[in-house]
Design a protein around this ligand. Structure first.
Ligand code: NAD
Length: 175
């Protein structure tokens, strides 16, 4: 049986990894949708879909999860929520169960007739994309919130300087 998890993963953090490991205890294969794939280079969504695919692939490999257990698929947003489930289905291998902590995602898949599971959150105050990005901007330690390989990818793409530069850009646009 296959399960689906969709997340923006801006960036991939240890909470994502924990939930993926837990899903793989219940299903044979997991489809990981990289949500809002069209977005990048903003303070809320700094990383491209390709960069997020790289982070996730390396984090799963680092944690010993074989490539035969998952499919990583970038999924762009669509303007109408009511057709989003059909859009996701079009892009992914078939799946029976959906895992999500996001209430809109839960609702749309339930209405689409899917079995939806709400996985437990691990240390949500710290393991959250918002917290990682906030710490990057404040110059605080964020390395311990992400798998080592994700830290390396963010270093390779100069992710922290990009985020800081984006903040300057967005402040200037407000003026
Ligand atoms: P996210 O990266 O914040 O989280 C993804 C999932 O990871 C969560 O649902 C949760 O189950 C898990 N998770 C996160 N932190 C965790 C932690 N500390 N411990 C355990 N699990 C944790 O992403 P999101 O905001 O849920 O992503 C939803 C995506 O779906 C977005 O990209 C959104 O745009 C997309 N979407 C699009 C439409 C549309 O296009 N109309 C509609 C609905 C949703």
């Amino acid at each position: 049986m296959r399960g689906l998890l969709v997340g923006r993963m801006q960036p991939v953090h240890k909470g994502h990894l924990e939930v993926i490991k837990r899903i793989l205890e219940e299903v044979d294969e997991v489809i990981i949708g990289i949500g809002s794939a069209q977005l990048s280079h903003t303070v809320k969504d700094p990383f491209t879909a390709g960069e997020r695919v790289l982070m996730l692939t390396k984090a799963l490999t680092e944690n010993g999860i074989p490539a035969s257990k998952y499919y990583i698929i970038p999924i762009q947003d669509v303007a109408c929520n009511s057709i989003w489930v059909a859009h996701v289905k079009m892009l992914t291998p078939s799946f029976k169960r959906v895992y999500s902590g996001n209430s809109l995602v839960q609702q749309l898949f339930k209405e689409g007739g899917y079995q939806v599971t709400i996985p437990p959150l691990y240390n949500r105050e710290l393991y959250s994309g918002t917290e990682v990005r906030r710490r990057m901007l404040d110059g605080k330690d964020w390395k311990f919130l992400v798998p080592n390989s994700v830290f390396e990818v963010i270093k390779e793409i100069n992710g922290v300087s990009r985020l800081k530069q984006l903040t300057i850009k967005e402040v200037n646009e407000i003026k």
